[in-house]
Design a protein around this ligand. Structure first.
Ligand code: SAT
Ligand code: MN
Length: 603
């Protein structure tokens, strides 16, 4: 069987690669995607006919679908994620490394015939605005129709990507299979996948290629996202002097009409989507959303750092999303959305924990079982997700398609910390800010397989996403700071929305109220207000924080900014031990920052 490439692409390398992969995977047929609405609708209909998708009640949620995954395929599998650089040291101590030749052998074996009895879909996609110098093209080959329709929402895919690629442009080959071939006529499971220890999420940073096997879920399978836009892009960024970061991008406009862009980095499932779409409680302040997960940033000719969001949709955590916590997300997902692993209501709509005050009496849970109110089990999986078009967000930024990106004034780092880290502080300078990113720790969430709530180091919220040695990544950040002068560099901040009291209750209201902190950051960028030097960094003067109407007690306020010296001494020991992993790849600048912090605390 040959493939008819006419009317699709005459890119010879692309054609050859597709033929090679077809010969390896031996699919029954090949579908070259054009990215049209008609194609998307046909695919969704097919998923419906196969019983994978259930169409939601069109009166409640038009154009939307519900589906559930296999219970062994619900999150990223970090233990099965590999960085196969030529040298082990280039993957660094935080990544799983495997010799590229050895891994290729393994992959060629598992991919051999892996698509038998299935259709192979070829998905050309563009990460970033079409035509932007910052954008990168990928082509994902997959045997999962679910992946194809998700890629349709998450990326700019199909003919427009192919046109941008032209006859000889470069692309990142992204090979994906769920790893479950079918006998002739066999139907197979509705969510085919392999057990965890047979999954492979593999990156070849030298060759710039991705191979993913055995999982159909999220970042394991939608290869434009974490695999390309973070792991491979971080390597490209290091090679070419830019940054590929796990950051949201938002525009903040003051009541006076002045606008600044802020990028913010938090680990998975720590509220990036909520902050990116925040509804400020402060009168007159407005936010628009450029992106909720990934930022690619490069210095412009004017010395300012410009950011684009490479994605075209949101793959957001459903539980906890409500009209109170994130009304803009709720409006975004009102239609044309794919829901994975949430619960289904009796009237054909979706539900998850935290969505409404009242829990429905009866649901179909994410495990496809009848579920009654009061049940011990969660109705929706904690890492259940919505896949939804960015353009549907009521506050989507007009700049989302701007090929030049938006100028970043501030960068925020944050994690989930029940104690120790105060509500907000500012770094003394770029190198100190780089240290704050490097020293970031956060309690683990359901976004990855692992122990929920366990505190772990997660530098720059990039622990699972950095495609090379994390020590070299720190160095790259230090060097980026030397590309421009201090007046043009974004200011760097650290925040912690998750401080708890003795009764395990959050003491900061969070969500829309975080706009109070954004206002302080905004004003600090203009040097409009002064700050208070502390051992950790520059803290707000109480009178400069707009806390009007919050009714915070003096005691709470103190807790929010308390610096626990002995706690910090322990923290420093932990950071030092963690940094020692990086051996001579840890930049001296970062070592110095840790020493400076220790000295400031002891003063
Ligand atoms: O599954 S994803 O990797 O896309 C989500 C996340 O962990 O941020
Ligand atoms: Mn993420």
């Amino acid at each position: 069987m040959s493939i008819d490439f006419s009317n699709w692409s005459n890119h010879k390398n692309l054609q050859n690669w597709i033929l090679e992969m077809k010969n390896l995977c031996k699919p029954e047929s090949v579908h070259l995607c054009d990215g049209s609405k008609q194609e998307f609708d046909t695919f969704c209909k097919r998923l419906e006919d196969e019983g994978v998708f259930k169409r939601l009640n069109p009166e409640k949620r038009p154009g939307s679908f519900w589906c559930v995954s296999d219970s062994n395929d619900v999150a990223r599998v970090e233990d099965r994620t590999f960085i196969c650089s030529e040298k082990e040291v280039d993957a660094g101590p935080t990544n799983h490394w495997c010799d590229p030749k050895e891994m290729k052998q393994t992959l060629l074996k598992v991919f051999d015939g892996c698509m038998e009895g299935r259709e192979m879909y070829v998905i050309p996609f563009c990460m970033g605005p079409i035509g932007s110098k910052l954008s990168i093209i990928g082509v994902e080959i997959t045997d999962s129709l679910y992946v194809a329709v998700n890629m349709f929402i998450m990326t700019r895919m199909g003919q427009k990507a192919l046109e941008f690629l032209g006859q000889s442009g470069e692309f990142v080959p992204c090979m994906h299979s769920v790893g479950v071939p079918l006998e002739k006529g066999e139907k197979g499971p509705s969510w085919p996948c392999q057990p965890t220890d047979k999954k492979y999420i593999v990156h070849f940073p030298q060759e710039k290629s991705i191979w993913s096997y055995g999982s159909g879920y999220g970042g394991n399978a939608l290869l434009g996202k974490k695999c390309l836009a973070l792991r491979i892009a971080s390597v490209l960024a290091k090679e070419n002097g830019w940054l590929a970061e796990h950051m949201l991008i938002l525009g903040l406009t003051s009541p006076e009409g002045e606008k600044k862009y802020i990028a913010a980095s938090f680990p998975s499932a720590c509220g990036k989507t909520n902050l990116a779409m925040i509804t400020p409680t402060l009168p007159g302040w407005k936010v628009d959303c450029v992106g909720d997960d990934i930022a690619w940033m490069k210095f412009g000719k004017d010395g300012k750092l410009y950011a684009i969001n490479p994605e075209n949709g949101y793959f957001g955590v459903a539980p906890g999303t409500s009209m109170q916590s994130n009304p803009n997300a709720m409006k975004t997902i009102a239609k044309n959305t794919i829901f994975t692993n949430v619960a289904l209501t009796d009237d054909g709509d979706v539900w998850w924990e935290g969505m409404t005050k009242e829990t429905p009496e009866h649901l179909l849970s994410w495990t496809n079982k009848s579920w009654d109110k009061g049940s011990q089990e969660k109705a929706a999986h904690p890492n259940s997700r919505f896949t939804t078009p960015a353009k549907q967000c009521p506050i989507v930024s007009q700049e989302m398609d701007n090929p030049e990106g938006v100028p970043i004034s501030a960068i925020i780092f944050g994690g989930r910390r029940a104690s120790l880290e105060p509500l907000v502080y500012e770094a003394f300078d770029w190198n100190h800010g780089t240290f704050l990113g490097a020293a970031l720790s956060s309690e683990m969430t359901a976004a990855a397989k692992g122990t929920i709530g366990k505190l772990r180091h997660d530098p720059f919220a990039m622990l699972p996403f950095c495609g090379y040695n994390m020590g070299d990544y720190f160095k790259h950040w230090i060097e980026m700071g030397q590309q421009s002068d201090a007046s043009n560099l974004p200011k760097i901040f650290h925040v912690n929305w998750f401080i708890k009291d003795e009764n395990e209750k959050f003491i900061w209201p969070g969500f829309g109220e975080n706009s109070r902190i954004l206002k302080w950051i905004f004003q600090r960028c203009d040097h409009k207000i002064e700050s208070l030097d502390t051992p950790l960094g520059k803290c707000p003067k109480v009178e400069d924080l707009d806390l009007n109407g919050l009714n915070l007690s003096k005691e709470t306020l103190e807790k929010l900014f308390h610096i626990d010296k002995s706690g910090w001494e322990e923290e420093i020991k932990g950071i030092e031990e963690y940094f020692s992993k990086f051996k001579d790849h840890l930049p001296n600048e970062i070592k110095d920052q840790l020493e400076n912090l220790r000295k400031r605390l002891n003063q």
